[in-house]
Design a protein around this ligand. Sequence first.
Ligand SMILES: Cc1cc2nc3c(=O)[nH]c(=O)nc-3n(C[C@H](O)[C@H](O)[C@H](O)COP(=O)(O)O)c2cc1C
Length: 183
Amino acid sequence: MKFAKLFALILPIIPVTYVNAAPDNPRILVAYYSLTGKTEKTANAIADASGGTLYKIQVEKQYPADKKERRKILEQEIENNELPPLAPTDINPENYDIIFLGSPVWANHISQPVKSFLAKYNLSGKDIIPFVTHSGGGRGQSFNDVAALCSGCVVDMDGWSSWGSGVGKKLTRWTTEQIKSVQ
Ligand SMILES: Cc1cc2nc3c(=O)[nH]c(=O)nc-3n(C[C@H](O)[C@H](O)[C@H](O)COP(=O)(O)O)c2cc1C
């Protein structure tokens, strides 16, 4: 039997392993939502360490500055799982290979604007690296949320989680290690 014929016969039984590997020069986006500035600091440090493009996720209708009033609106939004519409942006996250995705932890989950972000774009096939900041309660369900809400994405479950911004050498090292791990 000729080699070409033999190859055609055995080809269908060779198991196909799909490895999602970002290209050598990946286009990196650091997308984040931040209400009071902590996740923003983390995002800035990740952008510095990765050379990625920063994208500040913003809601169309700003939350009130008054803390009490704001808390009431946020609690209602969380309770009803409302997805606030996002402000327009020139950045298209679908054009990137690796997306660091940042959020404050809200009631043990990712924030509603980050849920809006995940609902808005088709990020299937992208490497998503979540990072969250919290005030002592830990990451909660946030990484699972990203995995559940990002259909077809490859979510790095070894995400970043810190009480406050967590900026420092450890964050810089984590950033470069995560990029290597998805390549
Ligand atoms: C509505 C709301 C819910 C929150 N829920 C939690 C929580 O469940 N656990 C926690 O540790 N911190 C919680 N926090 C605190 C924030 O996660 C924390 O302050 C975070 O670092 C703020 O990030 P930012 O400054 O980028 O908005 C909550 C804050 C808000 C406004």
